[in-house]
Design a protein around this ligand. Sequence first.
Ligand SMILES: NC(=O)c1ccc[n+]([C@@H]2O[C@H](COP(=O)([O-])OP(=O)(O)OC[C@H]3O[C@@H](n4cnc5c(N)ncnc54)[C@H](OP(=O)(O)O)[C@@H]3O)[C@@H](O)[C@H]2O)c1
Length: 332
Amino acid sequence: MAENTQVLLARRPEGKVRVEDFSIVRSAVPEPGPGEVLLRHLWLSLDPYQRGRMSAAKSYAQPVAVGAVMECRAVARVEKSNDPALKPGDIVLGAYGWQEWSVASPKELMKLDPAEAPVQTALGILGMPGLTAHVGMSDIGQPKRGETVVISAASGAVGAVAGQIAKAEGARVIGIAGGAAKCAYVREELGFDACLDHRDADFIQALDAACPKGVDVYWENVGGAVQRAVFPRLADFARMVMCGMIAEYNDPVPQPGPNLMSAVRKRLRIQGFIVSDSWQRLPEWRAAAIPLIRAGKLRYREDVVDGIEAAPEAFIGLLEGRNFGKLLIKVG
Ligand SMILES: NC(=O)c1ccc[n+]([C@@H]2O[C@H](COP(=O)([O-])OP(=O)(O)OC[C@H]3O[C@@H](n4cnc5c(N)ncnc54)[C@H](OP(=O)(O)O)[C@@H]3O)[C@@H](O)[C@H]2O)c1
């Protein structure tokens, strides 16, 4: 008899996330009700926003309740169907949590065509992180030929795509990443013009050398020390795409911020965004990205961890920079 292994939020973390903040339980595989389908999860997506869902602090989304299944998007196979819209064997994308099985209504699911692209890319480059890069770069960053674009967390799921989009627009793209291997990947595989290691002692000097005329577009994924380094180097009329500040997600109190008076003096446009407001644009992003991936002009990297029991440790690694590429849990 199959069991459903689930990862629950055991308690709200204080500061750094610990393995003890999660609990792993086994329960019966659920039965689909009328109009529902039974899903066997194949791939789970681990993403930085899940750190926010572990906290009760006020946010744009509701937190996960203590004792509830951790939240995530997943790719799953339909095992049983009580709705003619889906049949057993169909592969779907939906939001089902850190678990092996779930039930859902077909209207909450997007059917995937495995012939179009590997199905797990619906959690990475052809899903939420790719769409984030597309929306933020086209609506806010708007890079122009010859401009200098700086991307933090450049080897990651969002940063890698954001930088490649800016490069395709003719910008000079400078990545920032942690460690020599990530920087080499960003330069050599993704084709950025340069990549700087934010852990290097001479990071600030390297940033000055790479951006002699300042920074026209800064894609903010990180915050903290990296933001404090890039912010004063923004050029007049720069755009700062406020996507995330992962370096600060574990902080119990907010860090002192940059002096935003520069935003006035330099007529900067700084705009935050949440990708879920633009979810209806996913087909637009997939239609643009699939031919580029097939032609080898848009590249991606996956960091695949085996088995749901490894999810808590892998998630903690994501918050500490141990992942290298889009972090996925392979379940089935
Ligand atoms: N606004 C939206 O709608 C939206 C949607 C999706 C994602 N996001 C945000 O986008 C950002 C990137 O997400 P992702 O899914 O692409 O993750 P990711 O880049 O694949 O993984 C996170 C990376 O952040 C970097 N990092 C972690 N702690 C750091 C620190 N203290 N200092 C500097 N860098 C640190 C690490 O890279 P290095 O080792 O290279 O430093 C780590 O590998 C996150 O801030 C996330 O919250 C926002």
